[in-house]
Design a binder for this molecule. Sequence first.
Ligand code: FES
Ligand code: ZN
Length: 339
Amino acid sequence: MKCRRCRAPAVVDVRRHNAAFCRECFLRHVREQVRRAIDDHDMLQPGDRVLVAISGGKDSLAAWDVLRELGYDADGLYLGLGIGSYSDESSRYAHEYASRHGLTLHSVDLARDYGYDVPGAAVATRRAPCGACGLSKRHLFNEVALERGYDAVATGHNLDDEAAVLLGNVLRWETAYLGRQHPVLPAAEGFVRKIKPLVRLGERETAAYCVLSRIDYIVEECPMAAGNRHLGYKELLNELEDRSPGSKAAFLLGYFERAHSRFAGDAASERAHLRPCPECGAPTTGDICAFCSLRARATVGDEAAVELVARRTARGRSSGRSARRATAPAPPGAPTGAG
Ligand code: FES
Ligand code: ZN
């Protein structure tokens, strides 16, 4: 196998493109795909400050690495979820990457800062852990980005993740979620811009990028995601891709090009009904936002935690920053990970 660009011996093949690449040309291919996603969807402007949601996995670390390689001003944010040794390990990989490259990695810990963790919240709400996890991530990535003046939050969602979400949304004709499923969600009152610069790359490509760039990442999947509906959709799409390479990209990228705009109005009309959460100021359609409701349920009976939350809430109010906080409405089936 020879590299498509330079004819040197190839080290990785990309069936979707019917191509193989040597190390240098593959890294260039990955950067090129990210640059194209950013340009096609107007994700970033020169001088924008980006906050990358870092999980310690291959996708988020690849996203951070490529954004820096492309010259963007990108810091990281790690969120401690309290999922036992999985969280300890993923935190170690995230912090190691940041310190090796001398980068800023902000850190929020659910138990330390908000008085609950994902396993506890799942028990308290009797819902799948991924629901509490995704909700906490969306709220806190947005909140930290607003408080610290970032222009955009970047997540490591890749082509496989997004194709699986799209399949789930289409199977149920979730029109508001379809309207919101896009590589860039513009900023709005209480919401920072959200971008997904890896949408043109499959997870095999992001894994190969990390290996070839010598980025160590947590290989183990989150133990709480087992049985998750989206993993099933991913398996189905992988079978399809095996039989017909390129199907996943055609499904997802074709949706962005030709169908997304038909659903954009459904998402916009939902946003028209948002008002500030009385607890934290995040835009919500409910009496209080989903994050404050989750936090209240997950900390019931834990007096120390409730006190901690009350103190934080009071501090947030008195600082005058809370009105800018936000919780994005939650696509129930959306992947929760930052990769
Ligand atoms: Fe969120 Fe596993 S439940 S990473
Ligand atoms: Zn709230």
